[in-house]
Design a protein around this ligand. Structure first.
Ligand code: XMP
Length: 512
């Protein structure tokens, strides 16, 4: 195990992720409880994270002494490097040479961290984000790398196996960063790298058992990858103490509810209740054109329906949620300032308080692609794991203007054809998310010898890493022509198809 002591950096989870990628188990402990975690985990190496704090300030966070007394290898990153110096007798100062963003590291000397990677005299791109910097080294340390703004950008004490870097090796903007972290855990800490998602699965299952005891557990299954993986883990942990509830709000894609139910009931024997609440949702959405009101109505009804069903089961003590790490960072912002609500995202937030349930969140530390690996580990079929994201409010936010059953039917058909064409062209996995939107606009066309006056369908496809930013997908025109022709020929109610070439920002991925 590697213990990562967290001093509040936004990217600490990325360090954990890089260590996992190197095949070594890691746990993150906030600095306040690092001593307790150290004793409990008995790690083989320690990494100190970055921080928004400054070691120069009185009362700024420190690493517990036990870590330095242990004789274990330590890797300090950014604030972690400054701490190494501050706590071991070096010097850190606030500096005018602030460095934010891309910078270049000149390798001054070889060290185990750079093994097989960076030779003396070479220059490499790294990512910096610091105001303070080290200005004097503790005894035993030497400089192994410098940058324009940091004369001590990389330091090493080979004897004690202490290493520190001012830049962030955990982010992708330091292209060799992952290898650097792998060097630390493999070469310096001597860890083997045989840990896999199978081990994560076992640990997660064990943790759920411990948390839940003999309590009753429910899970809102959406059919998406995250809630599915969370449900499967919980089922493996507590079996029939778990009941999953799938609320069909009438805003799902073609055949979606049925196929999810079939998979979970038949292949997994998972206790699953399917609630058809489409009448309720569609009647209350009738005539609503304001995107935020639509979202809020759907969120409120979802909670109502879910609560009713849970009551029928006699209540529950725990709610399983497929919260991922990016959801956690987005909600725990360090800026503390008010951020603008672009869209009210729909989730089951609000339920735990109302029903007095505790949350079980087994995916809190993972990123989407890691959840996919875990899903494969749990035996979920590949086509299911690779599915594009689908928003909680479903097709309602892909029907600008009012939602009606008729419009939803038209949209479902167009969407299914579009995705079918994407799959046939072998493009599905290259695209992050693709869907059809039914516009509340009718235009004139001619089909056969007759005039038509029907709706416009917009097609959307984007590439993205995390949904936060996105680029529209650059199809070739033949593909778009094929998809458009099929939609217009096969779907009654659509006589024109357009393609959305807006990136995010300034657009968003969904239209509402
Ligand atoms: P936007 O439209 O904000 O979407 O660029 C970013 C990603 O989030 C999905 N999305 C949602 N997912 N509940 C969800 O679970 C929601 O309310 C919601 N709204 C948007 C969207 O599909 C895209 O993948």
């Amino acid at each position: 195990t590697v213990l990562i002591v967290d001093f509040g950096s936004q990217v600490t989870q990325l360090i954990a992720r890089r260590v996992r990628e190197a095949g070594v188990y890691s746990e993150i402990a906030p600095f306040q409880s690092a001593e307790e975690a150290f004793k409990r985990l008995q790690p083989k190496a320690v990494i100190l994270s970055g921080s928004p704090a400054s070691t120069v300030d009185i009362g700024s966070p420190r690493a517990p002494d036990i870590i330095f007394q242990s004789g274990l290898p330590i890797f300090g990153i950014c604030y972690g490097q400054q701490l190494l110096c501050a706590q071991l007798g070096g010097k850190v100062e606030s500096s005018d040479h602030r460095e934010f963003g891309r910078a270049f590291l000149d390798i001054a000397d070889g060290c185990a961290l750079f093994d097989g990677l960076w030779a003396p005299g070479t220059r490499h791109q790294v990512w910096m984000s610091h105001g303070d910097r080290v200005t004097g080294l503790p005894e035993g340390f030497r400089v192994v790398g410098t940058s324009a703004g940091a004369p001590f950008a990389a330091i090493a004490d080979d004897k004690r196996k202490y290493y520190g870097v001012q830049f962030h090796p955990e982010v992708v903007h330091t292209p060799d960063g992952a290898k650097l972290i792998a060097n630390f855990v493999h070469h310096i800490a001597g860890l083997k790298g045989d840990w896999t998602m199978a081990a994560y699965r076992e640990q997660a299952v064990e943790a759920i058992r411990k948390q839940v005891g003999s309590g009753k557990v429910i899970c809102a299954l959406s059919g998406g990858v995250d809630s599915s993986v969370a449900a499967l883990l919980a089922h493996e942990a507590v079996g029939d103490q778990l009941t999953c509830i799938l609320v069909d709000h009438g805003l799902m894609r073609k055949d979606e509810a049925a196929s999810v139910v079939q998979m979970f009931r038949e292949h997994y024997n998972l206790p699953l209740i399917l609630v058809d609440a489409s009448d309720k949702f569609l009647s209350q959405l009738e005539g609503e054109v304001d995107p935020e009101k639509k979202r809020k109505t759907i969120g409120r009804l979802f909670i109502e329906v879910f609560e009713e069903e849970a009551k029928k089961l006699g209540g529950a003590d725990f709610l399983v949620q497929g919260t991922l790490y990016p959801d956690v960072i987005e909600s725990v912002s360090f800026t503390g300032g008010p951020s603008v609500t672009i869209k009210s995202h729909h989730n089951v937030g609000g339920l735990p308080e109302r029903m007095n349930m505790k949350l079980v969140e087994p995916l809190r530390e993972l990123f989407k692609d890691e959840v996919r690996v875990l899903g494969a580990e749990l035996g979920l079929p590949e086509h299911f794991i690779g599915r594009h994201p689908f928003p909680g409010p479903g097709l309602a936010i892909r029907c600008p203007g009012g939602v009606t059953r008729e419009k939803l039917d038209i949209l479902r058909q167009a969407d299914a054809i579009y995705l079918d064409e994407i799959r046939k062209a072998g493009l599905y996995d290259a695209i992050w998310q693709a869907f059809a939107v039914l516009l509340p606009v009718q235009t004139v066309g001619v089909m056969g010898d007759g005039r038509t006056y029907e709706f416009v369908c917009a097609l959307r496809a984007v590439t993205s890493v995390d949904g936060m930013t996105a680029d529209f997908y650059h199809y070739d025109m033949d593909f778009l022509g094929r998809a458009a022709t099929r939609i217009i020929n096969e779907v009654r109610g659509i006589n024109r198809v357009v393609y959305d070439v807006t990136s995010k920002p300034p657009g968003t991925i969904e239209w509402e």
